[in-house]
Design a protein around this ligand. Structure first.
Ligand SMILES: Nc1nc2c(ncn2[C@@H]2O[C@H](COP(=O)(O)OP(=O)(O)OP(=O)(O)O)[C@@H](O)[C@H]2O)c(=O)[nH]1
Ligand SMILES: [Mg+2]
Length: 292
């Protein structure tokens, strides 16, 4: 019997833990079972107490003290330790049935999957058939406000794509904190950010403003000390266009919008996750309640 899980990832502060909490509340309101696994050894405050917490295996403060490591080195050490003590996860998760959605709250250091293969190895372990056999979906969150700065949006999309390629899991991408963005641009404009493509650079407001001001930067003749010239200049635009082209050609990245303050928005994302992992197909038909 398969289990079902969701790996919530994304850069620091993007809203991963808030999304996990909103999802758990939504599941509970809909009489579904959630099992919350905190994989962030530095996390302290939780809206829902974790059912399994990496801090019960290892603490990042102890690691930093004893091994004289900084916070990021400490985190990588904690994950290496987890990988050597996988029984901790097996014992915590093996008895769960397919009714549960197991939600893994991953720390914000994206180097855990973009630079070193710890998270990909963990994913392989969790999904191994015959062992825990968790049918996993990855949710990658990108700060919704990045749509207000298209170069940020494309560099974020590149890291989303890198996570997709590294993890090789069914994957959904999410623009988080949508409540902060949705009134800032017309709906028609916002829709364009669901799929990153190069046309978004053609009418980039930053570029349009630069052209209106008559600023032209010769790519072969700018002063390399002049940060502004580099950032607003042709080289930067060419780099952005190359990145946008790459993302468009892979045709992998698409976004859902998430506003954690809106139950409907959380529900819509959950429906998509259910569809991706085929949660409902695996559920036994339930006996209707006896009629008195
Ligand atoms: N307006 C708004 N704020 C949000 C939303 N989701 C999260 N936030 C805020 O964003 C901040 C960071 O949220 P977290 O959920 O802690 O982010 P995280 O990705 O878990 O952070 P790390 O685990 O430290 O990487 C908090 O102040 C949240 O209240 C949202 O949908 N809308
Ligand atoms: Mg968090």
């Amino acid at each position: 019997m398969s289990k079902f899980g969701l790996m919530v990832m994304g850069p620091a502060g993007v809203g991963k833990s808030t999304f996990c909490a909103s999802l758990i509340t939504h599941l509970q309101l809909n009489r579904r079972s959630a099992f919350y696994v905190n994989l962030d050894p530095a996390a302290e405050h939780f809206e829902h107490q974790p059912d399994l917490d990496i801090k019960d295996l290892i603490s990042v403060e102890d690691v930093m003290d004893e091994m004289q490591l900084g916070p990021n080195g400490g985190l990588v050490y904690c994950f290496e330790y987890l990988m050597q003590n996988l029984d901790f996860l097996t014992e915590g998760l093996e008895s769960l049935t397919d009714e549960y959605l197991i939600i893994f709250d991953v720390p914000g250091q994206i180097e855990l999957y973009t630079h070193i293969p710890i998270l990909p190895d963990l994913v392989k372990f969790l999904s191994r058939p015959g062992a825990l056999d968790i049918r996993l979906c990855a949710a990658y969150l990108l700060e919704g406000t990045s749509v207000l700065d298209r170069s940020k949006y494309f560099s974020g999309s590149l890291s989303a794509m890198s996570a997709m390629i590294m993890l090789e899991l069914p994957h959904i991408n999410i623009l988080s904190k949508w409540d902060l963005v949705k009134d800032q641009l017309p709906k028609k404009q916002l829709k364009r950010f669901k799929t990153p493509d190069t046309t978004l650079l053609e009418d980039d407001p930053v570029d349009v403003a630069r052209r209106k001001a008559g600023i032209h930067i010769d790519p072969h003749n700018w002063d390399s000390n002049d940060q502004d010239a580099v950032l607003s200049g042709t080289s930067f635009k060419r780099l952005n266009t190359a990145v946008a082209n790459l993302i468009e050609r892979f045709s992998l990245v698409q976004y859902f919008e998430l506003d954690c303050t809106d139950e409907e928005s959380v529900g819509a994302i959950l429906s998509h996750i259910d569809y991706v992992i085929q949660y409902h197909e695996a559920q036994e038909p339930k006996e209707p309640p006896d009629e008195e």
